[in-house]
Write a protein that binds this ligand. Structure first.
Ligand code: AMP
Length: 166
């Protein structure tokens, strides 16, 4: 898929003294450099806990990344406060992008983990406008659910979430 392109890694060459930190998996990512202003970005939104900017390799015009300022690689490790701040601003960011680009449709994609297509281990939402002439697609190959497995699975997850309730 196009959005998994790693062309952005080329941009790291401009920061030879930070490449090791960024590639070593110690929590530092290219998005930290954007947050600290060490590398430029096309910012579209910022508040105390959320930052949004245009993707450097857009799938379509207006392709945006929305990130928490908190350093969390994936959704499951995000704090409730950061999650709540993100959730609060996502609708208005979508609304503004749709208004300005004129797109009526869009996808929100959020990859967690390398095997799921994540290339930058700092949590981010992709907002990807879909225009009438857009040709990009996200291929799903769904199969009918196995109800016997689904019964066990839903029960186990439900119990896990009940236990996690404060
Ligand atoms: P993912 O594959 O879901 O981890 O998405 C990472 C996204 O970050 C890709 O779509 C990249 O094009 C984008 N990206 C990487 N570096 C930059 C950068 N410096 N500025 C804007 N977008 C970037």
């Amino acid at each position: 898929m196009l959005y998994r392109s790693n062309q952005w890694r080329q941009s790291l060459k401009q920061f030879p003294n930070r490449v090791n930190d960024i590639m070593s998996g110690n929590g530092e990512t290219i998005f930290n450099l954007i947050l600290s202003g060490e590398i430029p970005s096309h910012k579209i939104y910022e508040d105390d806990s959320v930052f949004a900017f245009l993707d450097i390799n857009p799938i379509s015009r207006g392709h945006t990344l929305v990130i928490p300022k908190e350093n969390s690689p994936t959704m499951d490790s995000l704090s409730e406060d950061a999650a709540s701040s993100l959730g609060q601003v996502l609708p208005k960011i979508c609304k503004a992008i749709m208004k300005i680009t004129g797109a009526k449709d869009y996808n929100i994609i959020q990859n967690n983990g390398e095997n799921a297509g994540q290339t930058v281990p700092h949590l981010h939402f992709h907002i990807i406008p879909k225009y009438p002439n857009s040709t990009h697609s996200f291929v799903w190959r769904p199969k009918p659910i196995d109800h016997s497995d689904a019964g066990e699975l839903s029960k186990a997850i439900l119990e896990e979430l009940e236990l996690a309730r404060p």
